[in-house]
Design a protein around this ligand. Structure first.
Ligand SMILES: Cc1cc2nc3c(=O)[nH]c(=O)nc-3n(C[C@H](O)[C@H](O)[C@H](O)COP(=O)(O)OP(=O)(O)OC[C@H]3O[C@@H](n4cnc5c(N)ncnc54)[C@H](O)[C@@H]3O)c2cc1C
Length: 428
């Protein structure tokens, strides 16, 4: 097995693909009888070893699809292994959509919510806030259900749970009527973007920007509800997204890997070649981009009000240290929520994400930026790289210990723990 960025390779004794909740229960009971541990994998798109195990690995790839739709409430109950791209299509067939998404759709819905995956937009929480109810098989082999009205505290723990409460089998999502988005993507002066940041977040449904290291340029992406009909297939957009962002960029990444002195030039060429793009399409197709160039990533959540000053400190640090990097740094915002392990717990937030080509050393760069994030109340994205241990995480998540109590109740034998999760969750 390997994860998307190829950072981790591991060989479980058993990989199980259950087709029903009963099969999931059987696997847990067998593990309890034989004293083995279990980890779950969605699409393996996390950047840390959340699913690494040499014992039992469960994939719900054979447990995908819609279970039911409530048109009046605009909710959909789905099998937890359903990949987001499939979910988007299934919802669309019923005139529904997710209110917001991140920038790819390869993940499973269970993996997505388990790490607090998010998109951008001040009116939207992480994707876990779209969850209305959950059903999972806990570490005793029991089926547990929770929602805002049924086991409400457990629900707040389960909305972002890293797969340590149990194996999620069903998720009820609050959807919205299907909608189209108009996406504008272009390059702009960074100074202009920073000077108008609050207005851009206020005036647009979704706004994000990327800064190319060692340049004065930003790549902005703005999406708003569109009344226009969806575009026909647009060759220019297609070439931009598939060719420039992937194949041409990969050639540049390899060049900068072999000749590190090229990093700054690659950043400048990449920034300069961002074209103006406008497209109108169904929302689930607009959010999703293709990411064929592999990278490793660290992303931190910081309080919204600290965004500009933290980001300016990052610019100074990158420019001063001449890191061997050229990937743009991504900036997004998210509304605060009340899921206990959500990085946006009780605060409107900005997220800053830094990426390094997967064949290059990320450590000096990530270490320097992490120091800045930690000095500004940063909370790491659970699916991305960070160095924090349980004690440090407990200081940053006010409901950390309450979460751990639920973990101990749902999985008293620690069936769902691996070494990495023990480091992150078990307090000394
Ligand atoms: C190219 C790329 C782009 C990305 N873009 C974004 C983005 O825009 N926004 C963002 O926030 N993140 C983003 N991410 C991170 C990604 O969304 C998260 O890491 C997400 O968790 C991956 O989903 P997955 O299905 O691959 O889950 P995995 O990585 O396979 O698993 C994640 C966690 O979920 C658990 N899990 C999986 N299935 C179950 C289950 N049935 N029950 C209980 N636990 C389960 C796993 O054990 C693990 O702890 C991106 C990652 C990549 C590689």
């Amino acid at each position: 097995m390997q994860n998307w960025s190829k950072r981790f390779q591991w060989q479980p004794q058993q990989v199980a693909y259950p087709r029903s909740e009963e099969e999931v229960q059987q696997i847990v009971r067998q593990a309890l009888e034989t004293g083995r541990h279990i980890r779950m994998i969605g699409s393996g798109h996390s950047f840390n070893p959340l699913w690494v195990t040499d014992e039992v690995l469960i994939s719900l790839d054979e447990y995908q699809g819609l279970i039911s739709v409530d048109q009046e409430q605009k909710t959909a109950t789905v099998k937890a292994g359903t990949k987001l791209h499939r979910l988007g299509e299934l919802l669309f067939e019923h005139g529904l959509a997710m209110e917001n998404m991140g920038d790819i759709d390869a993940q499973s819905i269970a993996g997505t919510i388990s790490t607090g995956t998010h998109g951008t937009g001040l009116h939207f929480g992480t994707i876990s806030t779209q969850v209305r109810a959950l059903r999972f098989v806990n570490g005793k082999g029991e089926i547990v259900m929770c929602s805002a009205t049924q086991n409400p505290n457990l629900f707040k723990a389960a909305q972002v749970s890293l797969g340590v409460l149990g194996i999620i089998t069903e998720i009820t999502l609050q959807c919205v009527p299907a909608y189209r988005l108009e996406l504008r993507s272009r390059k702009e002066e960074l100074s202009e973007v920073l000077a108008t940041l609050p207005e851009r977040h206020r005036d647009n449904r979704n706004f994000e920007f990327y800064w190319f290291p060692y340049t004065e340029l930003a790549w902005t992406k703005t999406a708003n509800i569109a009344r226009d009909q969806p575009d026909k297939v647009n060759v220019v957009n297609y070439l931009t997204e598939y060719f420039l962002e992937n194949y041409a960029f990969k050639v540049l990444c390899e060049g900068a890997r072999m000749v590190p002195a090229l990093n700054k030039s690659v950043a400048r060429i990449s920034a300069a070649s961002i074209p103006d793009v406008r497209k109108v399409f169904h929302s689930h197709k607009v959010y999703a981009t293709q990411r064929l160039v592999r990278f490793n990533e660290m992303e931190y959540n910081i309080p919204l009000e600290a965004h500009e000053s933290v980001f300016r400190e990052i610019i100074r640090t990158v420019n001063k240290n001449n890191f061997n990097v050229h990937f743009p740094i991504e900036n997004r915002v998210v509304k605060g929520d009340d899921a206990w392990l959500s990085p946006a717990y009780e605060r409107d937030s900005a997220y800053i994400a830094c990426h390094v080509y997967h064949k290059k050393d990320w450590k000096p760069y990530f270490d320097a930026l992490e120091t800045i994030f930690l000095a500004h109340a940063g909370r790491p994205h659970w699916g991305k790289m960070h160095t924090l241990k349980a004690g440090q995480l407990a200081e940053r998540y006010p409901m950390f210990e309450q979460f751990l109590q639920h973990r101990a109740e749902q999985d008293p034998e620690g069936v769902f723990l691996n070494d990495y999760l023990r480091k992150c969750l078990i307090l000394d």
